[in-house]
Design a protein around this ligand. Sequence first.
Ligand code: SAM
Length: 353
Amino acid sequence: MHAFTDSDELKRRLVIGLESKPKYIPFSYKYDEVGSMLQKDIYEFNDGYYLTASETWILQHHVQDIIPDASNDLTLIDLGSGDCSKTRFVIDELIKRQKTLTFYPLDISGEFLLKVATKLKEEYGDSLTIYPMSSDYKEGIEHLIQIKSTKLILWIGTMFNLSYEDQINTLRLTSTIMTDQCRLEFSADITLSRDAVLKAYDDDGGYKRRFNLNVITRMNREEGSMIDLDKFSYHFDFIHNTHPEFTSYIRAYIEAKEDVQYSIPGLGIDMAMKKGEHFYLHEGTGLSCKYTLEQLQTIVEKAGLRLTGTLIDKENHAVLFNVLLTARLILGRVDVGGNQDQPGKNHRIAVSI
Ligand SMILES: C[S@@+](CC[C@H](N)C(=O)[O-])C[C@H]1O[C@@H](n2cnc3c(N)ncnc32)[C@H](O)[C@@H]1O
């Protein structure tokens, strides 16, 4: 496996968040191995968490629709692959058609990714060649530019945790590794019912809360801080906004019950908070964005891409958008084609297992 994750960069972003007003934790800090396991628990045990079931339903029932008929020999890329449980529908279908498949799962936690990739390899054997990439989107996508084959790129259950600008920027960056033959499939949550959202994110079993608060326990464990969560109350809200250039989203934060001060030796900083001060468990305005179809269409357009297909689950919770390059980007690709061969020409981007 190849790791591109820069732990110094993550620490640098952590310090920026802790020294900001209000304080926040970068979203990707949630996904160490423990966080990835807690995310898996949400999928498995939080019955109110509708999104997994809805995305799974779409992939299960429409996998043939998302793979172009004419294509053969597609390479599969999965951005934010997690436990790959939904990806399996696509892997199965591609192996059925092509007999063999090359697969690049990309995710933050190297430990978790390696376990997932090893399990897949055991199951699929020689028909699946896996190049796991432990990386943030940006570094990972920049390396994936070296793959010349036709790609089917999945970005499932993941985009909506980035800030609005980063959703657009990551889509735009992803377009740089596409040709006019490639497809990008990304999913989004279109649930705007406050009740359904609260049931999913403020669940009785406390799965989401444990996942969100893992950032503090991780910091205590890795950076030697001794932040006492009993000195904070946990808050959660759903902000509804249907303006075409915004999204609805979840806001999650802890609030200090009294004045507190903690030293964080691993980061070389102290963290002081006044009673009533908020500490956000995400960057930007919020996380887990919810969208109208118009809002999603605006994001696709802002990223310079073209929407060609929309699949919605039977409960109306999730949508899978199929996007292609616009004509402008296809023409642009001819210009950059020569340069693409230059960087890292003899450099393997990841090691297969
Ligand atoms: C909600 S899970 C979805 C996993 C999987 N795609 C699915 O649908 O089951 C989000 C995944 O995205 C990964 N992720 C979040 N931010 C990321 C980033 N900046 N770069 C790479 N992966 C990221 C997380 O580690 C996590 O595994």
